[in-house]
Design a protein around this ligand. Structure first.
Ligand code: GCB
Length: 882
């Protein structure tokens, strides 16, 4: 029996050795079939459900009206069968993203932990595995606040979960080193020109026994043809040994550019020198290019000047949170390309590898950063976690030709701690600077070829005095003049001032943008109205200022798409709406503005304000004239409305505006422009709800009045209703009398209605403005039966909310709930008696009061607001025939 066992174990050892000697790395995806439950490891707080990765537990709870989302522990469990044949090799578990702390348990034992939610990590499962059996793998993930892990706070939602792929990598015991979950092979291109390219490949080989190895590097062109090759013998030393090889030069290389992102492949192989067996093989992308940033002249790629124009991008999508599959990542990068952009700021944290793969193959240059955002914690643990993230980011992404910048801090002095204790604050500044200097030196040492960068908010003196400006190789400015503060014109002044002070320091505009709620439009756009139209005006000024200043290396728009930010209230609660695209990636007019200015191929697009309402210009003809913008890179464009020409106009900065006399119903707009002989065109159908100047001109059945009080906004609601600003009453028409629009309290506070969330509605803009002190609302409607809806929300409240950190102008003084009681009479009949909005609905909560009203004897409808206490208010009003 003993003998048999001995033979058997010999056999196993032989098979294992065979395997270990033969196997190259294999990758086994583990995305399917996880059991998931919230709660700590061993004590679930709910029944487990089966989930697939990518997965977040916050996809839905960030979308509700309630503040907050689940931030705490949860556990993913899965049985993993490890064949007996794997014994003798190595088995690594790779986790591409677990936000933000992960503890790894194998067969009930905790074997590893990782801090930080945005970088990949791996665990050598080797000695813990049961071969030939099922192994219980459990990953406990926690997204609770942790003062030692960046980011501490930020304007984005910290979705919890295993939100990227998880997989096993099985290797021979001799393999490329897996430290920092990198590929273990690092390619640099110290010498590239149009004539030749020289490649240096460094890395480490991990082995468990002494052996003679052959390390070969082969460079393949796009067609798979070998263009360079080198093999060196190395001695496997039973632990780790470094290698460094320089390849023979590649003559007349295909250069990597945004226009022609030519990719070579570098295949690195470890072979057993004795047996000739391949032990490990990894393939890396290679793009041959050289670049520099110049303080005066901007950015150069392969000796040619390029204005870097692009976006930042968050990794979430409507309804999915941050748990996105590959196609979403690739689509986003493709949208930058489609816009005519050439740059992506991967902000504020490293993202899925597919993002950078797409940048490499589509020709989008990139910066990547670790999430040290807004503030630091002055502890060794915070420093250590930041350092580790930086190392992971650099090592994991080293070979992407698209990357030109490593960044490591964003607006770190936004609202500095210890405001009331100046000496302590000075110490804090010193510690921030020390951390910056440390991270900067690591990045320069780890990757001497790339630039380092810090992105700062517009308080230039603060960063200067704290010594931050002097640390990185590039300075990024996040600027919001004309949004959070000042006027759009101040933007150019800032650029000139900074450049005057630091002419040698290359400058990038790492952020600029304005909220643009795709449902809100305006014919008289103004700051904070969140209209698409204000955003277009804003971007026009910024784009011009960036394009006309060669010393500005880059203009990076904040943001590609609307993204989740739980802290935000405003018109779309929990969403930052500065995207050029909506959260489900449908383009807004601002996206068209950039296409018109950046694309080289013919482009023509009519504004997508396709659901409109308005008042007739006069009694006859019954048309309502409104501005329509056309975005184009063509010299001139002709526009037709329902087949009738509105003439030809010349383009200015990518835009042409037309006054279009809309009619009630469907309006077909056609824009055309001859382009190199071939005409390009765009067609849109605009649905227009036109209200006649004299409502009696329309039959009661056809009337559909939806108006907002205290507002100049147009709003397209979730029910598909076009709302328009309420007019002041004029004889024979309709509108309000008396009062003023609601204004936020507090000195110098700028806002549009209230910027707080309105409960019990997703159509917040209907309720966020109101007319305070309104006397009456009259509608000169034809006789008939109507349904009248009065919309109310009490906009004053005792509830204090913290001012949005980014809004530096916003000194929130808090508010006081007003004691407001009034009576509403319709055609002399009291329909609401001693009505208190807050009393009935509570403050900041939507309420709709519906009535059936009869208009007779040609008298129309007259609504009178009678004050009892305080001033009456009205937020919105609707009238339809019954
Ligand atoms: C910033 C931040 C970014 C915010 C943005 C905004 O300066 O860097 O994280 O989302 O402003 O929209 O306020």
């Amino acid at each position: 029996m003993k003998k048999l066992a001995a033979i058997f174990s010999l056999l196993i050892a032989f098979v294992a050795q065979l395997n270990s000697a033969q196997a190259q790395r294999t990758i086994i995806n583990l995305d399917k079939g996880w059991q998931f439950a919230k709660g700590a490891y061993g004590s679930p707080s709910e029944k487990a459900s089966t989930v697939s990765l990518p997965h977040t537990w916050n996809a839905k709870d960030v979308m509700d009206d309630e503040p907050g989302y689940y931030r705490g522990p949860a556990v993913y469990t899965k049985q993993v069968l490890i064949p007996a044949a794997d014994k003798g090799g190595q088995v690594y578990l790779y986790i591409n993203g677990a936000n933000q702390v992960a503890d790894i348990y194998l067969n009930g034992e905790k074997i590893a932990a990782h801090n930080g939610g945005y970088t990949r990590f791996n665990v050598n499962l080797g000695k813990y595995l049961k071969y030939g059996q099922q192994n219980e793998l459990a990953i406990a993930v926690d997204n609770a606040y942790n003062e030692n892990i960046p980011p501490l706070t930020a304007d984005f939602t910290f979705f919890g979960g295993l939100y990227r792929d998880v997989y096993l990598v099985k290797t021979n015991t001799t393999h490329f080193n897996t430290d920092f979950a990198a590929d273990g092979v690092f390619i640099s291109t110290p010498n590239v020109s149009a004539e030749k390219a020289i490649l240096k490949v460094t890395g480490k080989v991990t082995s468990v026994q002494k052996s003679k190895l052959l390390l070969s590097t082969v460079v393949l062109d796009k067609t798979g043809k070998k263009v360079a090759q080198k093999s060196v013998e190395i001695e496997g030393n039973g632990s780790e040994n470094s290698f460094e090889t320089e390849l023979p030069e590649i003559a007349a290389p295909h250069l990597w550019t945004p226009e022609h992102p030519y990719l070579y492949r570098v295949v690195s192989t470890i072979t057993d020198a004795k047996t000739g067996k391949v032990l490990d093989k990894v393939t890396e992308p290679l793009g041959l290019r050289w670049y520099k940033f110049d303080g005066e002249k901007g950015f150069f790629l392969n000796g040619k000047p390029y204005k870097l124009m692009g976006v930042s991008r968050h990794q979430d999508f409507e309804g999915l949170g941050n748990a996105l599959t590959a196609k979403y990542h690739v689509h986003d990068v493709a949208m930058i390309k489609k816009m005519g952009g050439n740059f992506l700021r991967v902000a504020h944290y490293p993202q899925d590898k597919k993002v950078l793969d797409a940048c490499d193959s589509l020709g989008i240059l990139a910066s990547v950063e670790i999430p040290v955002v807004n503030a630091i914690t002055e502890t060794p643990e915070f420093t250590q976690n930041s350092k580790n993230m930086l190392m992971e980011m650099i090592k994991q992404n080293f070979n992407h030709p698209s990357i030109v910048i490593w960044a490591y801090m964003n607006e770190v002095l936004l609202r500095p701690k210890y405001g009331n204790d100046k000496p302590r604050q000075q110490e804090y500044f010193k510690n921030v600077r020390l951390l910056a200097a440390l991270l900067d030196s690591i990045a320069r040492k780890e990757d001497p070829a790339r630039y380092t960068m810090i992105a700062c908010h517009g308080d230039y003196n603060r960063y200067k005095q704290a010594g931050i400006v002097d640390v990185p190789m590039l300075i990024g400015w996040n600027l919001y003049q004309g949004w959070y503060s000042g006027k759009t014109e101040d933007f150019g002044k800032f650029l000139d001032k900074f450049h005057g002070d630091y002419p040698k320091l290359p400058m990038l505009i790492t952020e600029y943008g304005a909220d643009a709620d795709s449902r809100i439009r305006s014919l008289t756009p103004e700051r904070f109205d969140k209209s698409i139209d204000y955003a277009v005006d804003f971007h026009k000024v910024y784009l011009d200022a960036i394009m006309t200043r060669p010393f500005v290396s880059a203009g990076i728009i904040w943001n590609l798409a609307d993204f989740s930010s739980e802290e935000r209230a405003e018109t779309t609660p929990h969403i930052n709406s500065k995207g050029l695209l909506t959260q489900n990636r449908s383009p807004k007019d601002v996206y068209f503005l950039y296409q018109a200015n950046l694309l080289k191929t013919p482009f023509l697009k009519i504004s997508n304000w396709n659901n409109r309402a308005g008042l007739a210009d006069s009694l006859t003809p019954r048309t309502s004239t409104q501005l329509v913008r056309v975005f184009t890179n063509q010299k001139s464009v002709s526009l037709k409305l329902n087949g009738k020409t509105l003439g030809t106009k010349t383009t200015e900065n990518g835009i042409i505006s037309w006054s279009v006399p809309f009619v009630n119903g469907v309006n077909q707009l056609t824009a055309t422009s001859p382009s190199g002989g071939k005409a390009i065109r765009d067609d849109v159908a605009v649905k227009f709800n036109l209200l006649p100047a004299n409502l009696k001109q329309q039959s009661s059945k056809a009337l559909n009045i939806n108006v907002l009080l205290g507002s100049k906004r147009f709003f397209y609601s979730s029910a598909g209703t076009e709302w328009m600003p309420a007019p002041i009453y004029t004889k024979g028409g309709f509108g309000y009398t008396g009062g003023t629009p609601f204004k936020l309290p507090g000195n110098g506070r700028v806002g549009y209605g209230t910027d707080r969330n309105i409960n019990k509605t997703s159509d917040d803009p209907i309720y966020q403005t109101q007319q305070v002190g309104i006397k009456s609302f009259k509608m000169n409607v034809p006789d008939g039966n109507y349904q009248l809806t009065l919309h109310f929300a009490e906009l004053t409240t005792d509830k204090q909310t913290e001012a949005l950190a980014y809004n530096l102008d916003n000194a929130d003084k808090g508010t006081r709930l007003e004691d407001r009681v009034f009576t509403v009479e319709v055609n002399g009949r009291a329909v609401l008696q001693n009505f208190s909005i807050a009393g009935k609905y509570g403050p900041l909560t939507a309420g709709a009061e519906k009535f059936t009203v009869i208009a007779s004897d040609g008298k129309g409808i007259n609504i009178v607001f009678v004050p009892v206490k305080g001033e009456p208010v009205l937020n919105a009003i609707q009238l339809t025939a019954r």
